[in-house]
Design a protein around this ligand. Structure first.
Ligand code: KIV
Ligand code: ZN
Length: 388
């Protein structure tokens, strides 16, 4: 039986940490409403103790969409942060307190300047404190992918005993590679399911070497129940796991992963465009799933294959993600087949005996212009007396 993989969107928390992407309250509300349309399972919408503005935004979002989706907010393992989280999300129907504390040697001794034992105590105490307010508490072991395994496990045992309901394993600096990260998740999952099978195992990957999606999928294959991601993969430095990539990766390979998400994938494209426009962050043209060229085909061989059967070169119908239909971009490499397809679509009939001459004119134009659009074809045919 396939299991459900929970999708936790952090566009408005980790995504909003991108320099230059700061949103005002209205914009945050609009983005939250749009993301909720995709039917994400959980949405992290801010770090309420960081500023009054963030607190107000988290509160306003909770009040606006907190009846439809589980709202989460982040804070450190300190009481003041947890108080701020609770006060900002308490009106939501199913709120989640998210606590983060480092677990790697670098975090424990250099950043936090504590002993490993002290960190475990602080972490467990913070979970206990949070549990007084709400039943759902997520604990993130920051920099988990560079942490000592046995130390990490001791921390997990302590925070689960204190009441954590979700354990999140972040690859905070995008250091992991898929086989290794998958193995780490396998080992944690193996022990966690014995410790408490109801605890959700989550992953949160960064994209510093372009592996966030691959690492997340490797984690799902090895037992992760929940994936953290952002729309368009925005986030600190090189970003987070991209929601659209990981969701479509799972959807295309549900048997392999033994799981599925309940994301309304048809809302992905419009959400990607909306987040990009509101945050002022362009989507790269060749971005998987949502880039302008994601469903554009320009080489003659590919165009010919597609015109015979779409699935020769398309692994998903653009409609599945709500994107415009596939586009054939005519270039000097386009074959006759693609040229005829476009000219017919535009309503032209080229008599067979004149086809070589017209096609030659098209090739000359394509050599000059590189890409030939519908308007160029219309202009070309104005000068062709033999075409109706
Ligand atoms: O990257 C990270 O470690 C985080 C945690 C708060 C999950 O963003
Ligand atoms: Zn992060």
């Amino acid at each position: 039986m396939k299991r459900k993989i929970y999708v936790f969107d952090t566009t408005l928390r980790d995504g909003e940490q991108v320099p230059g992407a700061k949103l005002n309250l209205e914009e945050k509300l609009d983005v939250a409403v749009q993301i909720a349309k995709m039917k994400v399972d959980m949405m992290e919408v801010g770090f309420p103790s960081s500023s009054q503005g963030d607190f107000e935004a988290v509160k306003a979002i909770s009040e606006k969409i907190g009846q439809e989706v589980c709202i989460a907010a982040l804070g450190r393992a300190v009481e003041a942060d947890i108080d701020a989280i609770y006060q900002s999300i308490r009106k939501a129907q199913d709120p989640l307190i998210h606590i983060v504390l480092g677990s790697s040697e670098l975090h424990v001794s250099k950043k936090l300047q504590k002993t490993p034992e002290q960190i475990i105590e602080i972490g467990a105490a913070s979970v206990k404190y949070a549990k007084q307010f709400l039943p759902k508490v997520q604990y993130s072991l920051e920099d988990a992918s560079r942490s000592d395994f046995e130390y990490m496990w001791k921390t997990i045992e302590a925070v689960v005993k204190a009441g954590a309901t979700i354990i999140n394993i972040p690859d905070t600096v995008g250091y992991a590679v898929p086989e290794q990260f998958g193995n780490l998740i396998y080992r944690i999952n193996d022990r966690l399911k014995n410790l408490d099978p109801n605890v959700i195992l989550s992953v949160h990957c960064h994209n510093d070497t372009g592996l966030a999606t691959a690492n997340t999928l490797a984690a799902v294959r090895n037992g992760a129940d929940k994936v953290e991601c952002t729309v368009n993969g925005i986030g600190e430095r090189a970003g987070n796991t991209s929601l659209e990539e990981v969701v479509m990766g799972i959807k295309l390979h549900e048997d392999y992963y033994g799981g599925y998400t309940t994301i309304d994938t048809a809302k992905i494209y419009e959400t990607s465009r909306m987040v990009s426009a509101t945050m002022g962050l362009d989507v790269q043209v060749n971005k998987a799933i949502t880039g302008e060229n994601a469903f554009a085909h320009s080489s003659g061989i590919h165009q010919d294959g597609l015109l015979k059967s779409k699935d020769v070169y398309e692994i998903m119908d653009p409609e599945t993600v709500g994107a415009p239909p596939m586009e054939l971009v005519l270039t000097a490499r386009s074959g006759k087949h693609a040229f005829l397809y476009v000219t017919k679509r535009l309503g032209f009939e080229i008599p067979e005996e004149h086809f070589p001459e017209v096609f030659e004119k098209f090739l000359q134009l394509a050599d000059r212009k590189k890409e030939v659009y519908d308007n160029d074809i219309l202009t070309l045919f104005k000068c062709c007396p033999n075409v109706k």
